[in-house]
Design a protein around this ligand. Structure first.
Ligand code: SF4
Ligand code: SF4
Length: 288
């Protein structure tokens, strides 16, 4: 089963949930934790894996053979990302905007475009006390997170319970991380900002057709509007975590919640059992 952990808004405790879930399940299940928050991966701070492999991730970007180019402008015309421009007698390329789609080289009538690799980041893999771990890291200044997320997701081991930590928000990297999951946990907090971003996140997971539920973190910080929204929309709140200075202190020191406060392990196991039940019920109703 693949469970993704997402949140409409940053700083709601997504990593706390992903890491705690992995650590709570590792003694009973074969667990894999993949951190797809490639702009700011930090599950490794809590899981502390031994990293044993590192691999660069690159995308193919165009290189122009000026001797063959007739400056017809076709490449600039077909590029949907403005990553190539023809100015007078020159073709300019902007690798940082290129999505590596290959349209320009495919459609160049003079075959003047070849593709060269542009490194945009890396993936690292390792293990932490039985948890198979992987994460992606986008290089500084590189805006293209999805290719790295796709690379991290090639590590998915279907024999394991896979937990995917996604980026916050609802943009392309989040969609890339969540799609294909059996379930998505949306972590939010009961504040007006939390609710606003939760509503956007709910729209995203509904469009992806991924079953989902909510983890409500820092209960006590705001109001009851998020709970009212979930009740109205028939969205299950699967776990609540209180606003607690001890939890915040553990987090700031890189100590996983379930290690600093072991009582939480059973709550995260119960969370997993509830997710399993929802996923199993979903597959039963599909068969009916
Ligand atoms: S499509 Fe090919 S020939 Fe035309 S401007 Fe681009 S590189 Fe040059
Ligand atoms: S590979 Fe695609 S995105 Fe990159 S420059 Fe060519 S057409 Fe544009």
């Amino acid at each position: 089963m693949i469970i993704s952990v997402a949140s409409g808004k940053g700083g709601t405790g997504k990593t706390l949930v992903a890491a705690s879930l992995a650590l709570s399940l590792k003694d009973t299940y074969k667990v894999q934790l993949l951190d797809c928050d490639v702009e700011e991966p930090n599950d490794h701070i809590f899981i502390k894996p031994d990293i044993t492999r590192s691999e660069a991730v690159s995308i193919p970007v165009p290189a122009i053979d000026e001797k063959k180019c007739t400056h017809c402008g076709k490449c600039a015309e077909v590029c949907a990302y403005n990553a190539i421009a023809v100015v007078a007698e020159h073709v300019l390329t902007f690798p940082e905007l290129c999505h590596g789609c290959g349209a320009c080289s495919y459609l160049c009538p003079e075959k003047a475009i070849s593709e060269i690799p542009n490194t945009i980041g890396k993936i690292e893999t390792g293990e932490a006390d039985g948890i198979i771990f992987g994460h992606g890291m986008l290089s500084i200044g590189q805006p293209m997170a999805p290719p790295i997320i796709r690379k991290v997701k090639t590590l998915i081991d279907k024999e394991r319970t896979v937990i995917i930590d996604s980026s916050p928000g609802t943009s392309c990297p989040v969609v890339e991380a969540i799609k294909g999951s059996d379930f998505c946990l949306l972590v939010t907090e009961p504040t007006p900002f939390g609710l606003n971003d939760l509503i956007l996140a709910v729209e995203t997971v509904r469009q992806l057709g991924v079953p989902f539920g909510v983890v409500l973190n820092r209960i006590g910080v705001g109001d009851s509007k998020t709970e009212e929204y979930c009740a109205k929309e028939n969205i299950p709140i699967l776990l609540t975590i209180p606003l607690d200075t001890e939890i915040a202190r553990l987090y700031s020191r890189g100590i996983p919640l379930v290690e600093g406060m072991p009582d939480w392990k059973s709550k995260f196991r119960e969370l997993f059992d509830n997710i399993k039940e929802i996923v199993d019920e979903g597959s039963r109703s599909l068969k009916r």
